[in-house]
Unconditional design. Sequence first.
Length: 670
Amino acid sequence: MKLSIRESIDKIKVFSRVFVERPRFAMVIAIVLSLAGTLAITKLPISQYPQVTPPEISVTYNYPGANAQEVMNTIATPIEDEVNGVDDMLYMSSDSTNDGQYELEVSFDVESDRDMDLVKVQNRLSQAEAKLPSEAKQLGGRIRAGVGDVTVYGPKLSVRIWLDPQRLAALGINSEEVITAVSQQNIQASLGAVGASPTEENGVFTYTLLARGRLKTAAEFDEIVVRKDDQGGIVKLKDVARTEIGEQSYNFNGMFNNQTAVMLAINQKPGANAIATMDALVAELKRLKAEFPDDMDYTVAYDATDYVRRCIREIVTTLAITFALVVLVCYIFLQDWRATLIPCLTIPVSLCSTFILMSVMGYSINILTLFGLVLAIGVVVDDCIVVVERVQFLIETRGLNAKEATIQAMSDVTGAVIATTLVLLGIFVPIGFMSGITGRIYQQFSVTLSAAVCFSTVCALTLAPALCSLLLHEARPYKHGPLAWFNWAIDHFKGFFVRCAKFLAARLLLTGMLLALTVLLTVQAFMGTSTSFLPQEDQGVIFGSVELPEGMTRPQTEAVMIRATELLKREVPEVTNVLAVVGISMIAGRGENLGTMIVDLKKWEERTRPDQQIEPMMQRLGAVLNEIPEATFRVFVPPAIPGLGMNNGIDLRVQSKEDMDPERLGKTLQ
């Protein structure tokens, strides 16, 4: 049976009367909601922004000795031919470098499942591996979901064999023969056992046979036999080469304040609590430090959660201030502590209840959800204030007791309370249906604020009438003091407002002209305001990309980075630490002529002057670094949302549609 709107409101009026008759029931519901919401708060992850970036799968291969052109032809082409077009893929981007490195980034639809995306890419890679060079297949590829990973910017140890071309030529040995000898004699062999079943019946013991497996020292590699002849002549590796324990790759080198360091870049898993993850990481580092050598220490050079903690702390402070202001305003206008208590109790109940829905929806505590709660504080009290004021009015004008006045008040204002809620939902709910990344960003804001409004309506129809029937009484107006002066001012302002309204109502042409002028000024202000996707945030750190001319060596890049660090530490007092990585750039890719700098700034409370804010600081750092003519420095701040590019700028790429000549493409780019 269908109900009309009026019949539905009548049903709700009866619903509210139940709680007036049974106030303890309303209080129990409020307490349960508050406790459940408080428990949800402890379980919700904490992050800077909602997870809005497309899932990204990273594929990495290494082809030692190959240049960028060879990597592109032998690795990039077969892999990308297979991966291109995988289900839910948005786009892909790859880098082939002159040090034999290949990296492919595959981005998927925001709604896709990250684990399934990983499986899809793995299946396509298995089809492409048969076409890859044997050297690349032997080293193996690496596929990861782009998060929850640790990247080490430092070399691993390995045995390096430096061949003597003159000795090889004299003995008629080529490099392939050496490689074959090393591969065959540096193996982990399983020799089995002696005396194991089935053997002769009189066997007594079983002996497991052991043999030297993988070689570990340079001296052991020196004894590898490269060639032997029928007369007993033997050529060992030490006869034609020099072996040493060295770096597996000379691609990267790290420095922290110009001291040698190994950098670890740690990425958080999606949905994890950023602050809890960082706290656990710091605790683990402290535990491991007890096992470090005396000349080894660690430093957390860049902690992205510092900014998250600061933002959360500022928003929580704003929440507290907003709550205090709402309580103060309610008391000033209602002028009775009992009447003030009722709407103020609905604030924590409505906000805590909102966290229940956030937990069910899989949301996180982030800047946008907390922003929604800040706005909600001023909204959630409105319905309860309407109920309280109506009950007070009926008590003072009709002489009803609190219970009778509450029943009559709910009959009078229930429709208005529901209508107010629907109007607010009509404003905030459509935000949650916006498309694209913008919609994903503000979806949680919309749902959080809408949920708080809905729970405030529930409180206005249950908890507020129950408390009104118990607490309210006839209030006596203040005749002296600040509140009396406030009442006098309000009465006079109301009179002035009514006179202005009558004046404008009688002059429609003037009213229309004022309205048109207001709209015109608003449009002009809107058109003249600069726009951006998200504002540039001061996260307490500035990134720098270093690029030397093509062909420069790693020592030359290191020298430039050392000079840059010295300049920054000397010329810019706001700089606390400089972390430098040689061999990779966040913007330009990989190469011995490239580098990355992460410049830590002093805490925000120590940078209060206008020239110490992020924009002037970037200009100062850029001016200081430009004193080094040998390299090109580009400074930028981390993106507001991690995963949407390396900075807040525009990523421009030149695409070649006719040929695959990198040199021609590079000249066109310049």
